[in-house]
Design a binder for this molecule. Structure first.
Ligand code: ADP
Length: 485
C-alpha cells in the first residue's frame, strides 16, 4: 500500500460500520496556529450514537470469536500502516492540534507502539487451572472480552489517547465506539481510514465526532449495551461519567487531571535535572496531564537551578508547527491562553517573580504563549493549586526532604510525579513516599507502551499500556468442573 498524503487522510464524516456517514449539522475544525478552517466535520447526535452502539454490538459477535492470532495479525497490519503514514498523520495532527510536526510524528510512533504492543498481548491472554481441596473438582479461570466499549478522549494527544484505548479493546476481543475531542477529531478519523484499509472488520471501530459531548457522552455511559467506558480528560467530567456509568454498573477506566510535582534535591545533578524538567514541561507546550506543574526545589540549590532553567527556557523557539526548529507551537485555544495568563499574573500580583516570558507572543498570533519561568511561588497561589496546562515553570522551594515530600503530596491528585536526586537511600525513600501512580526518578519521560500509565486519588482508576492494560478490557470467568473421577 502506498503512503497517503495528509489531504487524502483528511476525513470529515462519522465512521460507522466501515462507512463514512455524513450529518447535516457540521462543526468547524480549525488550525490553532492560523485560525484556518481545516474541515467541516460531521456532528453526531444521540440517535447516531445509538446507531454506532448497535453496530458495535452486532460486530462483537464475530470479532470476539476470531482467534487471538487473527486479531493480532490485523492489529500489526494497522500498526504498520500507521508507521508507513506517520508523516502524513503527523502533519494532520500538527495542523489540528498545533504541536511541531516532528513532535506530532513522534506521537504517531508512540500511538502506534500501543497497537504493536497490544497485538502481542492479544496472544498472551491466558487463564488458570486451579487445584481445589476436593479432588473431584477443577476450576478453570478464563478471560473474556468485556463487550462493547466506549472511549472519550482529549485533544492534547489526538492519536495516542485513542490508540491506547482502541488497541487493548480490540486485542481483548471487544468492539468500540470512540467519541474523539471536538477540537481534534481528524487524527482519529484518519486512523479509522487506515484500520479499514488493512481489513479490521466493519463495525469493530466506530468514530463519532460531535459538538455535543454531554449528550453523546451520556448515551455512551448509560447504555446497557456498552459494558465499559474508558475516558481521558478532566477530573470534573470523569466524575460525571463515573456517576453515569453507575446506572448499569459499567466498568470504567479514568485517566484524569494531575498536578505533578517535580522535586529537585540538594544532591541532584542540577544540569541534568534542568534538562529533564525542560523536556517534561515543554512537551506539547505544557499541555499534558503528566507535565510538571509544581517545581519544588531544595533551598540550598534553588538559585543555581533557577538560573539553569532560565537560560534554557530563553533558548526555546516558539512558532507554527510547520516551521523548522520550533520547540513549541500555539496553545490549543483562547481559553487555554487566558487560563495561563491568569495564573501567571495572579502569581505575580501575589509576590512571585517572572524570570522569563510571561506574556502572549502577539507577533506570532493570539495563541502563542512565551515559555515562562516564575520563581518565588508559594503553596497558596492558584498556580500551585491548579493544573497550568501551558508552558510555565512555577518554582517553589522547600528546606528538608520531609517538607518536600509533604508539599508534593499536598494535592487531591496522584498521577505523575518526578524527582531528581543521586543518593540511593533517598531515591527509595522518596519514591516510596510519593502518593502517585507514576514516579520519574532523574527523568522527565515516563510514558511508554510497556509501562502501566495511570493515577491514584482524583487522577483516576485503571492503567493503560503495559501487560496490565489489557485487563481493563477483560472479565474473568470461573468455571468449576465437578464429578471428576
Ligand atoms: P480537556 O480539558 O482535556 O478538554 P475535558 O474533560 O473537558 O478535558 O474533555 C475531554 C473529553 O471529554 C473531550 O472529548 C470532551 O468533548 C469530553 N467531554 C466534555 N464534557 C463531557 C461530558 N459532560 N460528558 C462526556 N464527555 C464530555
Amino acid at each position: 500500500m502506498s503512503a497517503h498524503s495528509m489531504s487524502s487522510l483528511t476525513k470529515s464524516d462519522c465512521f460507522i460500520e466501515g462507512h463514512w456517514v455524513p450529518t447535516e449539522k457540521r462543526f468547524n475544525v480549525t488550525n490553532p496556529a492560523t485560525g484556518e478552517v481545516l474541515a467541516e466535520v460531521a456532528d453526531a447526535d444521540d440517535e447516531l450514537t445509538q446507531r454506532a452502539i448497535n453496530v458495535a454490538e452486532t460486530a462483537l459477535a464475530k470479532w470476539r470469536k476470531k482467534t487471538a492470532r487473527e486479531r493480532a495479525v490485523l492489529l500489526r497490519k494497522w500498526y504498520q500502516s500507521m508507521m508507513d503514514n506517520k508523516q502524513a498523520l503527523g502533519e494532520l495532527m500538527s495542523a489540528e492540534q498545533g504541536k511541531p510536526i516532528p513532535e506530532a510524528v513522534g506521537e504517531v510512533e508512540y500511538g502506534a507502539s500501543f497497537v504493536d504492543w497490544f497485538a502481542g498481548e492479544a496472544e498472551r491472554i491466558n487463564g488458570d487451572i486451579l487445584p481445589l481441596t476436593d479432588s473431584s473438582k477443577r476450576v478453570l479461570v478464563t478471560k473474556e472480552p468485556v463487550g462493547v466499549c466506549a472511549a472519550i478522549t482529549p485533544w492534547n494527544f489526538p492519536n495516542a489517547m485513542i490508540t491506547r484505548k482502541i488497541a487493548p479493546a480490540l486485542a481483548a476481543g471487544c468492539t468500540i465506539v470512540v467519541k474523539p475531542p471536538q477540537l481534534t477529531p481528524l487524527s482519529s478519523l484518519a486512523l479509522a481510514q487506515l484500520a479499514s484499509e488493512v481489513g479490521i472488520p466493519d463495525g469493530v471501530i466506530n468514530i463519532i465526532p460531535t459538538s455535543d459531548a454531554k449528550t453523546v457522552g451520556k448515551r455512551l455511559a448509560t447504555s446497557p449495551q456498552v459494558r465499559k467506558l474508558s475516558f481521558t480528560g478532566s477530573t470534573g467530567v470523569g466524575k460525571i461519567l463515573m456517576q453515569q456509568c453507575s446506572e448499569h454498573v459499567s466498568k470504567v477506566s479514568l485517566e484524569l487531571g494531575g498536578n505533578a510535582p517535580f522535586l529537585v534535591f540538594d544532591d541532584a545533578d542540577i544540569e541534568q535535572a534542568a534538562e529533564q524538567l525542560i523536556a517534561c514541561k515543554f512537551r506539547n507546550g505544557g499541555q499534558t496531564c503528566v507535565s510538571a506543574n509544581r517545581v519544588l526545589v531544595q533551598e540550598s540549590v534553588a538559585e543555581k537551578f533557577t538560573q539553569a532553567i532560565v537560560s534554557k527556557v530563553k533558548a526555546l523557539k516558539v512558532g507554527p508547527g510547520t516551521e523548522e526548529g520550533v520547540d513549541l507551537g500555539p496553545l490549543i485555544d483562547q481559553d487555554a491562553v487566558d487560563k495561563v495568563q491568569r495564573l501567571v499574573l495572579s502569581a505575580k500580583s501575589d509576590g512571585a517573580t517572572i524570570e522569563a516570558g510571561g506574556s502572549v507572543m502577539t507577533e506570532l498570533g493570539d495563541l502563542f504563549y512565551a515559555p515562562t519561568v516564575v520563581s518565588g511561588v508559594t503553596d497558596d497561589m492558584d498556580i500551585t493549586k491548579e493544573e497550568i496546562f501551558g508552558p510555565v515553570i512555577a518554582i517553589n522551594t522547600f528546606e528538608t526532604e520531609e517538607e518536600g515530600i509533604k508539599k508534593a503530596n499536598d494535592t487531591p491528585f496522584g498521577l505523575a510525579s518526578y524527582f531528581a536526586a543521586k543518593d540511593t537511600s533517598r531515591i527509595f525513600r522518596v519514591s516510596e513516599a510519593l502518593e502517585y501512580g507514576m514516579v520519574g526518578v532523574n527523568t522527565g519521560g515516563i510514558s511508554h507502551a510497556y509501562n502501566p500509565f495511570g493515577g491514584i486519588k482524583e487522577s483516576g482508576i485503571g492503567r493503560e499500556g503495559s501487560k496490565y492494560g489489557i485487563d481493563e478490557y477483560l472479565e474473568l470467568k470461573t468455571v468449576t468442573l465437578g464429578g471428576l473421577e
